[in-house]
Structures are given as structure tokens and as C-alpha cells.
Unconditional design. Structure first.
Length: 199
């Protein structure tokens, strides 16, 4: 399906359903080249530094995602060479801030990663996983989760737990959607545009 997209480059990070075989053999056989089969990597485009992180390979006991020491060390080294005025966009599957710990909606060691990002003037952190729009701004860092194209989930803490919500079929396309990111150089920043599958 992805081969039909009209793009020259495709950048991915795995979600937990992409690595259900444990080491993520199938995922990495298709998408591992950019990262030497580690899953995390960075690249530059039009003056913006993009960082893809993996937080679904080693879950903490309460279900929170985890980056792990090796990836955190890599991130610290990757960012050292960047000037503080470089716009940074980070993308990972699970939220990089704790939205709702009882459901595992967060990354347990994200605080260390965020400490490396605080010196930058513009940081945008994107994730999926919770299938709904939740945003927050903390200093120069904007966190944004996106809707899903698969199924909606309940708001944090509303209901017995995370999982697919049952909604009327006519309402479903209005609860699913995509997020687009536009990077501007002057003034420096990223603009997020959310759209549902139908208006």
C-alpha cells in the first residue's frame, strides 16, 4: 500500500503492532535500512533536523514505552552537533510525555530525551498510539498526538481501558484523520494541520 504514495522518501518508526514478533524482523526487513536496523535515526531536510525514535521495543512494567540507554546516548550525541537555532522535529509512536500512565500512554524515560532538546528554539514532538488529538506546549517544545486512520480510542481515563471505541458507522470518518506538518523558516516554527477523513 505504501509503495503507491506519491513521495520520493518515506520515513517510519515502528508502532507496537509492527514488532509483535519480538525483534521486529518483518518491520526491519522492510524499513530498517535508514537506521541500520535499529529503528531510530535522524536526517536533515531544508534546514530542519528530524529525529525518529523507537519507544515500543522495551515496555516498562506499567505499559509505558521506553527508549533505553543506548538510544538515549545516541540521541544526545546526534543533537550535540546541531546549533540551538536549528528547528527540530521528533517523531515516535508512543507519546513522549505522560498523557495517562494507568493506560501506558507515555514513555517512561522521555524526560532524559527532552532534557537534550530544551536548548533548541523550536521543537515539535509528534506521535500516534492513542488515536486522538492531544497537544501541549512546554517552553519551546510543542507535543502533538495525531488521530488514527484505523479506529478511535476513548479519552484518557474514560472507560475501562484503551481500545477501539464502538461508534455509529456514519460518525466514524469524522473521528479518524491525518495530521500534516508544514515547516516555516521565517518566523521559525512548525504548523500542524489536522483533518478528518470527511468534514
Amino acid at each position: 500500500m505504501l509503495s503507491g504514495l506519491p513521495v520520493t522518501e518515506l520515513h517510519t518508526v515502528p508502532g507496537e503492532h509492527d514488532v509483535t514478533d519480538g525483534p521486529g524482523t518483518e518491520y526491519f526487513s522492510r524499513f530498517g535500512q535508514a537506521s541500520d536496523n535499529k529503528g531510530y535515526y535522524s536526517f536533515d531536510h531544508d534546514g530542519v533536523h528530524f529525529v525518529g525514535l523507537v519507544n515500543v521495543m522495551h515496555f516498562k512494567p506499567n505499559g509505558l514505552g521506553s527508549l533505553g540507554d543506548e538510544q538515549l546516548k545516541w540521541l544526545e550525541n546526534d543533537l550535540k552537533a546541531r546549533s540551538s537555532s536549528t528547528p527540530i522535529v521528533v517523531f515516535a509512536h508512543m507519546p513522549m510525555w505522560t498523557i495517562y500512565e494507568p493506560w501506558g500512554w507515555g514513555t517512561g524515560d522521555a524526560g532524559e530525551a527532552m532534557s537534550y532538546l530544551k536548548r533548541f528554539g523550536s521543537v515539535t514532538v509528534l506521535n500516534g498510539h492513542i488515536h486522538q488529538i492531544v497537544s501541549k506546549v512546554e517552553g519551546n517544545v510543542t507535543f502533538h498526538t495525531a488521530r488514527s486512520t484505523a479506529y478511535p480510542q476513548p479519552a484518557a481515563g474514560q472507560g475501562p481501558g484503551p481500545g477501539p471505541m464502538t461508534v455509529a458507522s456514519a460518525q466514524l470518518p469524522k473521528m479518524l484523520g491525518v495530521t500534516s506538518v508544514t515547516i516555516a523558516r521565517h518566523p521559525l516554527g512548525a504548523t500542524l494541520a489536522d483533518a478528518t477523513l470527511v468534514s
